[in-house]
Design a protein around this ligand. Structure first.
Ligand SMILES: Nc1ncnc2c1ncn2[C@@H]1O[C@H](COP(=O)(O)OP(=O)(O)OP(=O)(O)O)[C@@H](O)[C@H]1O
Length: 284
């Protein structure tokens, strides 16, 4: 595909995505509590979490292991139902998963028997898109994988597979993109490139993104707001606005605002992590 064709695809996709965004992308959690297990042996994963995310906002969710980051994502996705409280997307109660809220996981969940192109086209076909393969080609181009359209997942590196997964999620042109440590399994260099590529895509289209990560640097680099969850008691600790100018390049890390924010979040996460560490020592 030539650069002109890619630019054309981007413009067309950008217009459609802008339309999708005008049609929504607002997320509202009200007093959401999630518990697992039976009475007496319950684990509280989320405790009365309230959070409003505006259409087009990029929100990172940060916190120590086990604080409920994935659970938060799963209630927005509709995979989990809260024990109490509500989750609404564009005013509608979330009761089940929807193709309008695709999730990209840490482990690329591609169909191994399908080529990269067919993996990307899959959701579009399910939605009855007659031009599924053509549209899928455009999205593969956007993640730089035009030349690998006919490759099977096992013939692609981990980073490439993850890019196919992102192309598949973007191809349905959702107003909301949910990402659960999508770059967690990648090496540092690939991860940095993927972060920049994701920001480039988001800056064009402004989907609402909820991005779960362990990584403070990744959260600040990508997000408009960072939501910090804690443990003991589990729940929302802090919401921090990231006032680092956009568009961001790797040099954004030199910005004093960035560095001050890093210090603040580092202290907070360390405090929360030490609670789990002390807890596991006490239990052992
Ligand atoms: N299906 C489940 N059944 C029982 N307990 C669960 C289930 N899912 C999550 N939990 C528990 O809920 C708590 C929050 O889990 P969650 O996976 O949301 O945390 P997390 O912050 O995403 O963790 P990590 O960073 O380690 O992935 C943990 O104590 C976990 O063991």
């Amino acid at each position: 595909m030539t650069q002109a064709a890619i630019d054309g695809a981007l413009a067309a996709a950008g217009e459609r995505a802008a339309l999708a965004n005008r049609a929504g992308g607002a997320i509202e959690l009200t007093e959401v509590s999630v518990r697992f297990g039976k009475a007496g042996r319950e684990v509280t994963a989320l405790q009365r979490v309230s959070l409003t995310i505006a259409p087009g906002q990029f929100v990172a969710v940060l916190g120590p292991s086990g604080c409920g980051k994935s659970t938060l994502l799963n209630v927005i996705a509709g995979f989990e139902r809260p024990r109490a409280g509500s989750v609404r997307v564009d005013g509608e109660l979330v009761t089940e998963p929807s193709p309008r809220r695709p999730v990209v996981f840490q482990q690329h969940s591609l169909f191994p028997w399908m080529t990269a192109l067919d993996n990307v086209a899959f959701g579009l076909r399910m939605a009855g898109d007659a031009a599924a393969r053509e549209r899928a080609r455009h999205y593969l181009a956007l993640v730089g994988l035009s030349d690998f359209a006919e490759h099977y997942p096992e013939q692609l590196s981990g980073g490439m597979q993850q890019r196919v997964g992102i192309a598949r999620a973007l191809a349905v042109e959702p107003a909301i993109l949910l990402m659960d440590e999508p770059f967690g399994a990648l090496d540092a260099q690939t991860r940095a490139l993927m972060q920049e590529q994701l920001l480039g895509l988001w800056e064009r289209w402004r989907h609402t993104v909820v991005f779960v990560t362990h990584d403070i640097d990744e959260a600040i680099f990508l997000a408009d707001r960072v939501v910090v969850l804690g443990v003991k008691p589990s729940g929302l600790r802090r919401i921090v606005d990231v006032d680092v100018p956009r568009p961001r390049s790797p040099r954004a890390r030199l910005d004093p605002t960035y560095q001050a924010l890093y210090q603040e979040l580092f202290g907070l996460i360390r405090e929360e992590s030490s609670k789990t560490f002390d807890g596991s020592r006490a239990a052992s």
